[in-house]
Design a protein. Structure first.
Length: 320
Protein backbone atom coordinates (compact mmCIF):
# COMPACT_ATOMS: atom_id res chain seq x y z
CA UNK A 1 0.00 0.00 0.00
CA UNK A 2 1.48 3.35 -1.05
CA UNK A 3 1.27 6.20 1.39
CA UNK A 4 1.55 9.83 0.32
CA UNK A 5 4.67 11.69 1.51
CA UNK A 6 2.43 14.59 2.56
CA UNK A 7 0.25 12.47 4.82
CA UNK A 8 0.67 13.30 8.49
CA UNK A 9 -1.26 13.06 11.69
CA UNK A 10 -1.11 14.33 15.22
CA UNK A 11 -2.73 13.57 18.52
CA UNK A 12 -4.07 16.08 21.00
CA UNK A 13 -5.11 14.37 24.19
CA UNK A 14 -7.49 16.89 25.75
CA UNK A 15 -7.13 20.22 27.50
CA UNK A 16 -5.58 18.98 30.69
CA UNK A 17 -2.62 17.21 29.10
CA UNK A 18 0.16 18.62 27.01
CA UNK A 19 -0.09 17.71 23.34
CA UNK A 20 2.17 14.89 22.22
CA UNK A 21 5.52 16.65 21.81
CA UNK A 22 3.77 19.92 20.90
CA UNK A 23 1.34 18.34 18.45
CA UNK A 24 3.85 15.70 17.36
CA UNK A 25 3.55 15.11 13.66
CA UNK A 26 4.57 11.70 12.40
CA UNK A 27 5.29 11.94 8.69
CA UNK A 28 4.88 8.54 7.12
CA UNK A 29 7.40 8.94 4.29
CA UNK A 30 10.59 9.45 6.33
CA UNK A 31 12.94 7.52 8.56
CA UNK A 32 11.89 10.02 11.22
CA UNK A 33 8.71 8.01 11.59
CA UNK A 34 10.37 4.91 12.95
CA UNK A 35 12.89 6.97 14.91
CA UNK A 36 10.22 9.01 16.68
CA UNK A 37 7.84 6.11 17.04
CA UNK A 38 10.49 3.93 18.63
CA UNK A 39 11.58 6.66 21.01
CA UNK A 40 8.04 7.31 22.21
CA UNK A 41 7.08 3.64 22.10
CA UNK A 42 9.98 2.60 24.29
CA UNK A 43 9.35 5.42 26.73
CA UNK A 44 5.66 4.60 26.89
CA UNK A 45 6.23 0.90 27.42
CA UNK A 46 8.80 1.60 30.09
CA UNK A 47 6.44 3.98 31.92
CA UNK A 48 3.73 1.37 31.94
CA UNK A 49 6.16 -1.39 32.94
CA UNK A 50 4.79 -3.33 29.99
CA UNK A 51 6.25 -6.71 29.12
CA UNK A 52 6.01 -5.84 25.44
CA UNK A 53 8.81 -3.29 25.72
CA UNK A 54 10.98 -6.02 24.20
CA UNK A 55 8.68 -6.18 21.20
CA UNK A 56 8.95 -2.43 20.80
CA UNK A 57 12.73 -2.68 20.63
CA UNK A 58 12.35 -5.51 18.13
CA UNK A 59 10.27 -3.46 15.71
CA UNK A 60 12.78 -0.61 15.99
CA UNK A 61 15.60 -2.97 15.06
CA UNK A 62 13.67 -4.65 12.26
CA UNK A 63 12.51 -1.36 10.70
CA UNK A 64 15.88 0.42 10.66
CA UNK A 65 16.70 -0.68 7.10
CA UNK A 66 13.57 0.80 5.54
CA UNK A 67 13.65 4.30 4.05
CA UNK A 68 9.92 4.94 4.20
CA UNK A 69 6.94 3.75 6.13
CA UNK A 70 5.50 2.60 2.82
CA UNK A 71 8.56 0.37 2.29
CA UNK A 72 8.25 -0.90 5.84
CA UNK A 73 4.55 -1.61 5.38
CA UNK A 74 5.16 -3.51 2.12
CA UNK A 75 8.38 -5.41 2.96
CA UNK A 76 8.30 -5.65 6.76
CA UNK A 77 7.09 -8.84 8.31
CA UNK A 78 3.47 -8.92 9.59
CA UNK A 79 4.49 -9.18 13.25
CA UNK A 80 6.63 -6.04 13.06
CA UNK A 81 3.83 -4.14 11.33
CA UNK A 82 1.48 -5.24 14.11
CA UNK A 83 3.90 -4.04 16.78
CA UNK A 84 4.16 -0.61 15.10
CA UNK A 85 0.41 -0.25 15.45
CA UNK A 86 0.63 -1.47 19.03
CA UNK A 87 3.35 1.09 19.77
CA UNK A 88 1.21 3.96 18.51
CA UNK A 89 -1.66 2.72 20.65
CA UNK A 90 0.70 2.43 23.60
CA UNK A 91 1.84 6.03 23.29
CA UNK A 92 -1.73 7.31 23.24
CA UNK A 93 -2.64 5.06 26.18
CA UNK A 94 0.20 6.48 28.27
CA UNK A 95 -1.00 10.03 27.70
CA UNK A 96 -4.64 9.21 28.33
CA UNK A 97 -3.73 7.41 31.54
CA UNK A 98 -1.70 10.45 32.56
CA UNK A 99 -4.71 12.68 31.95
CA UNK A 100 -7.00 10.42 33.95
CA UNK A 101 -4.49 10.32 36.78
CA UNK A 102 -4.29 14.13 36.94
CA UNK A 103 -8.07 14.45 36.93
CA UNK A 104 -8.37 11.92 39.73
CA UNK A 105 -5.64 13.61 41.79
CA UNK A 106 -7.20 17.03 41.30
CA UNK A 107 -10.62 15.79 42.37
CA UNK A 108 -9.13 13.95 45.35
CA UNK A 109 -7.32 17.05 46.63
CA UNK A 110 -10.45 19.16 46.21
CA UNK A 111 -12.67 16.68 48.06
CA UNK A 112 -10.15 16.43 50.89
CA UNK A 113 -10.06 20.23 51.03
CA UNK A 114 -13.84 20.40 51.35
CA UNK A 115 -13.79 17.83 54.15
CA UNK A 116 -11.13 19.76 56.07
CA UNK A 117 -13.03 23.02 55.49
CA UNK A 118 -16.26 21.58 56.91
CA UNK A 119 -14.35 20.46 60.02
CA UNK A 120 -12.84 23.92 60.46
CA UNK A 121 -9.32 22.68 59.70
CA UNK A 122 -8.60 25.60 57.41
CA UNK A 123 -4.83 25.26 57.10
CA UNK A 124 -5.16 21.67 55.93
CA UNK A 125 -8.00 22.69 53.60
CA UNK A 126 -5.88 25.46 52.09
CA UNK A 127 -3.06 23.00 51.38
CA UNK A 128 -5.40 20.63 49.55
CA UNK A 129 -6.95 23.41 47.46
CA UNK A 130 -3.45 24.65 46.56
CA UNK A 131 -2.51 21.15 45.46
CA UNK A 132 -5.60 21.05 43.26
CA UNK A 133 -4.81 24.32 41.46
CA UNK A 134 -1.19 23.28 40.99
CA UNK A 135 -2.45 20.32 38.97
CA UNK A 136 -4.97 22.48 37.10
CA UNK A 137 -4.14 26.22 37.12
CA UNK A 138 -7.59 26.94 35.64
CA UNK A 139 -9.57 25.17 38.37
CA UNK A 140 -11.98 28.01 39.19
CA UNK A 141 -13.94 26.25 41.93
CA UNK A 142 -10.75 25.36 43.82
CA UNK A 143 -9.55 28.97 43.62
CA UNK A 144 -12.89 30.13 45.04
CA UNK A 145 -12.58 27.77 47.98
CA UNK A 146 -8.96 28.85 48.39
CA UNK A 147 -10.14 32.45 48.67
CA UNK A 148 -12.86 31.52 51.16
CA UNK A 149 -10.39 29.51 53.23
CA UNK A 150 -7.90 32.38 53.27
CA UNK A 151 -10.63 34.65 54.64
CA UNK A 152 -11.34 32.15 57.40
CA UNK A 153 -7.64 32.27 58.26
CA UNK A 154 -7.65 36.08 58.26
CA UNK A 155 -5.31 36.24 55.28
CA UNK A 156 -6.94 39.02 53.28
CA UNK A 157 -4.15 39.46 50.73
CA UNK A 158 -4.12 35.78 49.84
CA UNK A 159 -7.90 35.81 49.57
CA UNK A 160 -7.74 38.83 47.28
CA UNK A 161 -5.21 37.07 45.02
CA UNK A 162 -7.34 33.93 44.84
CA UNK A 163 -10.52 35.84 43.95
CA UNK A 164 -8.58 37.91 41.41
CA UNK A 165 -7.58 34.72 39.62
CA UNK A 166 -11.20 33.56 39.65
CA UNK A 167 -12.35 36.85 38.12
CA UNK A 168 -9.61 36.65 35.49
CA UNK A 169 -10.49 33.09 34.51
CA UNK A 170 -14.23 33.65 34.75
CA UNK A 171 -15.20 37.35 34.51
CA UNK A 172 -18.89 36.53 34.92
CA UNK A 173 -18.30 35.00 38.36
CA UNK A 174 -20.57 37.05 40.62
CA UNK A 175 -19.11 35.91 43.93
CA UNK A 176 -15.55 36.79 42.94
CA UNK A 177 -16.50 40.23 41.62
CA UNK A 178 -18.39 41.06 44.81
CA UNK A 179 -15.55 39.87 47.04
CA UNK A 180 -13.10 42.00 45.08
CA UNK A 181 -15.45 44.99 45.26
CA UNK A 182 -15.58 44.63 49.05
CA UNK A 183 -11.78 44.46 49.32
CA UNK A 184 -11.42 47.53 47.11
CA UNK A 185 -14.01 49.49 49.08
CA UNK A 186 -12.22 48.70 52.35
CA UNK A 187 -8.98 49.83 50.72
CA UNK A 188 -10.74 53.13 49.85
CA UNK A 189 -10.44 52.45 46.14
CA UNK A 190 -14.02 53.50 45.59
CA UNK A 191 -13.90 53.90 41.82
CA UNK A 192 -12.45 50.42 41.28
CA UNK A 193 -14.96 48.97 43.71
CA UNK A 194 -17.79 50.73 41.88
CA UNK A 195 -16.65 49.24 38.59
CA UNK A 196 -16.82 45.74 40.04
CA UNK A 197 -20.29 46.40 41.44
CA UNK A 198 -21.41 47.72 38.06
CA UNK A 199 -20.28 44.49 36.38
CA UNK A 200 -22.55 42.53 38.69
CA UNK A 201 -25.55 44.85 38.45
CA UNK A 202 -25.36 44.87 34.66
CA UNK A 203 -25.96 41.14 34.82
CA UNK A 204 -28.23 41.02 37.88
CA UNK A 205 -29.92 44.40 38.50
CA UNK A 206 -31.59 43.18 41.70
CA UNK A 207 -28.56 41.50 43.24
CA UNK A 208 -28.91 42.49 46.89
CA UNK A 209 -25.24 42.17 47.84
CA UNK A 210 -24.23 44.37 44.92
CA UNK A 211 -26.91 46.95 45.77
CA UNK A 212 -25.77 47.06 49.40
CA UNK A 213 -22.22 47.68 48.24
CA UNK A 214 -23.37 50.44 45.91
CA UNK A 215 -25.37 52.02 48.72
CA UNK A 216 -22.34 51.85 50.98
CA UNK A 217 -20.15 53.47 48.32
CA UNK A 218 -22.66 56.28 47.84
CA UNK A 219 -22.67 56.85 51.62
CA UNK A 220 -18.87 57.00 51.76
CA UNK A 221 -18.91 59.52 48.91
CA UNK A 222 -21.54 61.55 50.79
CA UNK A 223 -24.00 60.99 47.95
CA UNK A 224 -26.83 60.65 50.46
CA UNK A 225 -29.86 60.88 48.18
CA UNK A 226 -28.55 58.11 45.93
CA UNK A 227 -27.62 56.02 48.96
CA UNK A 228 -31.11 56.42 50.43
CA UNK A 229 -32.64 55.38 47.12
CA UNK A 230 -30.48 52.26 46.90
CA UNK A 231 -31.14 51.09 50.48
CA UNK A 232 -34.87 51.69 50.02
CA UNK A 233 -34.78 49.62 46.84
CA UNK A 234 -33.16 46.74 48.71
CA UNK A 235 -35.90 46.81 51.35
CA UNK A 236 -38.57 46.71 48.64
CA UNK A 237 -36.92 43.59 47.25
CA UNK A 238 -36.43 41.99 50.69
CA UNK A 239 -37.82 43.70 53.78
CA UNK A 240 -35.76 41.48 56.10
CA UNK A 241 -32.37 42.86 55.02
CA UNK A 242 -30.82 44.12 58.27
CA UNK A 243 -27.78 45.78 56.55
CA UNK A 244 -30.18 47.86 54.45
CA UNK A 245 -32.02 49.13 57.56
CA UNK A 246 -28.73 50.05 59.22
CA UNK A 247 -27.41 51.75 56.07
CA UNK A 248 -30.66 53.64 55.55
CA UNK A 249 -30.80 54.81 59.17
CA UNK A 250 -27.29 56.25 58.92
CA UNK A 251 -28.18 58.11 55.75
CA UNK A 252 -31.37 59.48 57.31
CA UNK A 253 -29.45 60.58 60.41
CA UNK A 254 -26.85 62.32 58.23
CA UNK A 255 -29.68 64.15 56.50
CA UNK A 256 -31.09 65.28 59.86
CA UNK A 257 -34.10 62.94 59.74
CA UNK A 258 -33.50 61.61 63.24
CA UNK A 259 -36.98 60.28 63.98
CA UNK A 260 -37.06 58.32 60.73
CA UNK A 261 -33.55 57.04 61.42
CA UNK A 262 -34.57 55.75 64.88
CA UNK A 263 -37.74 54.16 63.52
CA UNK A 264 -35.73 52.43 60.81
CA UNK A 265 -33.25 51.02 63.32
CA UNK A 266 -36.03 49.90 65.64
CA UNK A 267 -37.56 47.94 62.75
CA UNK A 268 -34.27 46.14 62.34
CA UNK A 269 -34.19 45.29 66.05
CA UNK A 270 -37.77 44.02 65.89
CA UNK A 271 -36.90 41.75 62.96
CA UNK A 272 -33.97 40.19 64.82
CA UNK A 273 -34.10 41.03 68.57
CA UNK A 274 -31.09 38.84 69.33
CA UNK A 275 -28.80 40.54 66.83
CA UNK A 276 -25.95 42.37 68.56
CA UNK A 277 -25.21 44.24 65.36
CA UNK A 278 -28.60 45.95 65.19
CA UNK A 279 -28.79 46.69 68.91
CA UNK A 280 -25.29 48.17 68.90
CA UNK A 281 -26.23 50.27 65.86
CA UNK A 282 -29.16 51.67 67.84
CA UNK A 283 -26.89 52.20 70.88
CA UNK A 284 -24.45 54.13 68.67
CA UNK A 285 -27.34 56.20 67.29
CA UNK A 286 -28.35 57.22 70.81
CA UNK A 287 -24.77 58.12 71.72
CA UNK A 288 -24.33 60.30 68.65
CA UNK A 289 -27.59 62.07 69.45
CA UNK A 290 -26.56 62.56 73.11
CA UNK A 291 -29.57 60.58 74.23
CA UNK A 292 -27.59 59.06 77.05
CA UNK A 293 -30.50 57.75 79.10
CA UNK A 294 -31.68 55.54 76.26
CA UNK A 295 -28.13 54.55 75.46
CA UNK A 296 -27.58 53.46 79.07
CA UNK A 297 -30.80 51.47 79.19
CA UNK A 298 -29.97 49.68 75.96
CA UNK A 299 -26.36 48.77 76.79
CA UNK A 300 -27.49 47.47 80.20
CA UNK A 301 -30.02 45.21 78.48
CA UNK A 302 -27.40 44.02 75.99
CA UNK A 303 -24.93 43.06 78.73
CA UNK A 304 -27.68 41.29 80.71
CA UNK A 305 -28.64 39.27 77.63
CA UNK A 306 -25.00 38.42 76.86
CA UNK A 307 -23.32 37.83 80.25
CA UNK A 308 -20.41 35.84 78.78
CA UNK A 309 -19.57 38.40 76.14
CA UNK A 310 -16.60 40.29 77.54
CA UNK A 311 -16.67 42.72 74.65
CA UNK A 312 -20.09 44.03 75.66
CA UNK A 313 -18.88 44.60 79.20
CA UNK A 314 -16.00 46.64 77.79
CA UNK A 315 -18.49 48.72 75.76
CA UNK A 316 -20.54 49.40 78.89
CA UNK A 317 -17.39 50.24 80.84
CA UNK A 318 -16.34 52.74 78.18
CA UNK A 319 -19.83 54.27 78.28
CA UNK A 320 -19.43 55.09 81.97
Amino acid sequence: MEVSKNLSFCYDIGNNCGPLSNFWHVVYATKGFTKQLCAYGQTGAARLGHRNIGLTYEVCYNSKNFDTFSDFHQRGDPMSRLIVIFSVFLIISVLVLGCSSDEEKKASHFEKGLAYFEKGEYKSARLEFKNAVQIDPKYVTAYQKLGETSLKLGEAQKAYRAYSIVAELEPANIEAQLKLATFLMLAKKHEDAGNKVALVLNREPDNIDALLLRGGLYSLENNLLEAESIFSKVLKIDSSQIPAYIGLSRVLAARGKLEEAETTLQKAVDIDPGSLKTRLALFDFYLRGQRLDRAETLITEIVADNPENAGMQVVMGNFY
